[in-house]
Design a protein around this ligand. Sequence first.
Ligand code: ADP
Ligand code: MG
Length: 401
Amino acid sequence: MDSAENRNNLENFWHYAYNDFVMKGRAERVLGMEISMKVVLEQLTKIFPPRNKKTGTEVIAVNQFSMEIPDGKLIGLLGPSGCGKSTVLNLLCGLQKPTSGKIYFGDDEVTGLPAESRGVGMVFQNYALYPHLTVKQNIIFPLQNLKGEHRPTREEMDAKAKEVAEMVQIDALMDRKPSELSGGQQQRVAIARALVKMPRILLMDEPLSNLDARLRLQTREEIKRIQNETGITTIFVTHDQEEAMSISDMILVMKEGVLHQAGKPQEVYDNPKNLFVATFLGTPPINVFAGEIKAGCLYIGDENVMETPGVTDREVYVGVRPEGFVLDARGAFSCKLKGVEVMGRDISVISTHDNSLNPTVRSIISAENAVDTAREEVRFTLKPHKVYLFQKDTEERIYLD
Ligand code: ADP
Ligand code: MG
């Protein structure tokens, strides 16, 4: 039921009139008030029933997701493919109904409101433009469906289309059809269309995934700029941690329907709550070793690499960020040297270790250091604030005193 309902809703998304919110948005604009707003998700859960009732199992796509998203910020919703990101967006915009839980925009509960009354702008990965309409017609499409007194005049529509087209820098392409545009330009049209009614909230589902690498970099900066200029609370979905880290004011890290951690990108990177968050953020990724706490010290293999005050004896996972290694001939931690990659300012030292959970250990050190590649062993001291300990069973973080 859900997928048919969803597809139908999706096709009709841009046919919806946003009468409630346009009225509200205008009134607030006239009064010079802030139109963006915080978004509150309360114990939000979405369970998809099995396709085949006898043999299938249900999918818990979103599981007890609670979060207060501050207003006027760019939020990166991040997690591996299939973790429930699109489902969260679909619940927020009203394309799908939650199994349980509540959604608030500002102080208004919107859980039961149809999509057209929520005042949400949505940008999809595949742009979803109308091929037979020009750029300008695509942009003003949502305005043309407004009814009665809320329907702008032709001049107002043209002015609004021009305003948002200039904002996303496609104002020179207004008479073209989507097939005459590059992928990047098509995505800009989709963004303009989502902005034309001044949504209270802008949702973007992997908006950059169909673009090539260079365009992806450029367009993500554009999204940052547009969000800044409009001040619209924007939730940006991606599976690419670097993309989310680089432009977001705040990131939400999800796995298997569960929100694992939320915060400023650097804070989450510096202070991951569990092994999943630690491994998901960072390029190159964090190095993970099997280790053991004995009498207040951390051992990796039989080497005592660090003091760990206050942690009782146990087996642990040890995460070491690539920048957490200091080259030191007398350092306590030794690895088998495999190679060195010079990357301008930095050197990436590639080595192996019997206790490493990854095939190679990657450490990044300043290019001013000389690595003797003739040697079979490389020794390091570890920077304590770049080393994280995790419970072996729950993979939750263990904090030092
Ligand atoms: P993401 O966007 O993070 O890749 P989704 O939100 O699309 O993840 O999907 C989350 C989970 O819910 C996946 O296991 C997916 O297969 C499942 N799912 C998504 N939509 C439906 C649907 N309409 N019917 C059944 N299962 C679905
Ligand atoms: Mg998705």
